[in-house]
Ligand binder design. Structure first.
Ligand SMILES: [Zn+2]
Length: 407
């Protein structure tokens, strides 16, 4: 368009406008209020100004705004659809989800923005939408207004003793929808993909390296007395294991991997576990699973913060928090001692059942004997008097947790 726009710097609290349409120069029929918000520090200032329009140009300016809202809504909808799609297909690998999000987000929003962008109007109209916009203000007495109709801009400057400068600024119709789609869709796809692939920990307590099979396919190897973790799409899976080098799983278990939960595969039921819940500040462990866990191939916990170690001495609290809990998953020391002695799963189950029923420390101590008896006298290795097995990690009274360190 040959008609070059203008930038006029005005005092927004008192300004006069020429009595003509700021887009086409026809006599004024109505006014349109335009606004701009600026943030400085914590204070957001919104400035509103009204400019004259003829009927058809005012109609076009309103249609432009409506179409811009629709274009942004389309871009946001595409992002939501991509997010739901990635969430619905747990078999979709992370990289595919991200690429899908990027392509759909950019492609969809660019398509929507270009498709919905109002056409350039016939002369003498000069703008697809609003013909006078506030570009910014440095105090309201220095408010920059962009006008698409050059002559009207010069008149505006003259009426206010201001200076008008040429400006070839275009309209920004494409920016908001394209940014919305190009940013939100990949973020949604990445978030959904991460959520759809919960972490599964594999703990190999045996003295041999093992291969782990997921749904019949070899997925990873775990060394002797070691653990590893990997991400797996949520849903039902068959977990299997074999001694390293095995072609197929020698034992399998079917289990479900769920979004937002903690998962542990215990090949061959070789290990036994204990959940330690620690309190920091004013918090409650009510409803948190803790203590000896039944001996299983596969576990699903609602919350594990620390895997195979101790919870931290202190935690950082967010705003408004007065305390928190952390749950650690550890191998049960008392039970692992029976494992070392070659005790059967049945013997260890007796120990765990006793520990789960125990209420006080004295009960816990007796459980060691119960377990050893169930193992068949611990294979004849009688513990020396007064030098019993080391008590289970949690049978000792826990010291009060250190007060949380506030950041
Ligand atoms: Zn007009």
């Amino acid at each position: 368009m040959a008609n070059e726009g203008r930038v006029v710097t005005l005092n927004a609290s008192s300004y006069n406008t020429p009595p003509y349409c700021c887009s086409c120069g026809a006599p004024k029929q109505t006014e349109i209020e335009t606004s701009r918000s600026q943030k400085r520090g914590n204070v957001t200032t919104t400035l509103k100004m009204s400019f004259p329009y003829c009927g058809p140009c005012a109609e076009r300016a309103r249609a432009y705004k409506a179409k811009l809202i629709i274009a942004v809504a389309v871009a946001v909808s595409i992002a939501i659809l991509v997010t739901l799609l990635v969430l619905a297909i747990p078999a979709l690998p992370l990289a595919v989800g991200i690429v899908l999000g990027l392509l759909a987000g950019v492609g969809g929003s660019v398509g929507a923005a270009i498709g919905l962008r109002p056409p350039i109007p016939l002369l003498p109209a000069t703008s697809r939408g609003e013909a006078a916009r506030i570009l910014g203000f440095d105090g309201i007495e220095r408010t920059k207004v962009h006008v698409t109709h050059g002559h009207w801009g010069d008149e505006l400057a003259r009426a206010n003793n201001a200076i008008s400068q040429p400006s070839s600024k275009g309209d920004n119709f494409l920016i908001a929808p394209i940014l919305a789609g190009a940013i939100l869709a990949p973020i949604g796809a990445i978030g959904a993909s991460v959520a759809a692939h919960p972490t599964v920990h594999v703990d190999n307590a045996s003295t041999d390296a093992v291969d782990v099979f997921i749904d019949g396919k070899k997925a990873l190897s775990v060394g002797p007395d070691a653990n590893k973790s990997f991400d797996l799409g949520y849903g039902k899976h068959t977990f299997g294991w074999a001694k390293a080098g095995g072609v197929a799983a020698s034992a399998t278990v079917d289990a479900e991997v769920k979004i937002g939960e903690a998962h542990l595969y215990n090949p061959g039921k070789n290990a036994c576990y204990w959940l330690v819940a620690d309190l920091y500040g004013s918090a409650s462990v009510a409803g948190i699973t803790q203590g000896a866990q039944p001996i299983q191939d596969f576990y699903r916990f609602s919350k594990v913060d620390t895997w195979f170690g101790d919870n931290p001495q202190s935690i950082s609290l967010g705003k408004g928090q007065s305390g928190g809990t952390r749950v650690a998953l550890q191998r049960s020391k008392s039970c692992m001692q029976l494992v070392v002695k070659g005790c059967s799963v049945e013997g260890r189950t007796a120990l765990v059942n006793c520990q789960r029923a125990a209420k006080v420390d004295a009960d816990f101590d007796k459980c060691i004997e119960v377990g050893e008896a169930a193992c068949g006298g611990a294979r004849g290795v009688a513990p020396a008097a007064g030098k019993g097995p080391v008590p289970a990690s949690a049978s000792a009274p826990k010291p009060a947790p250190a007060p949380p360190k506030k950041k």
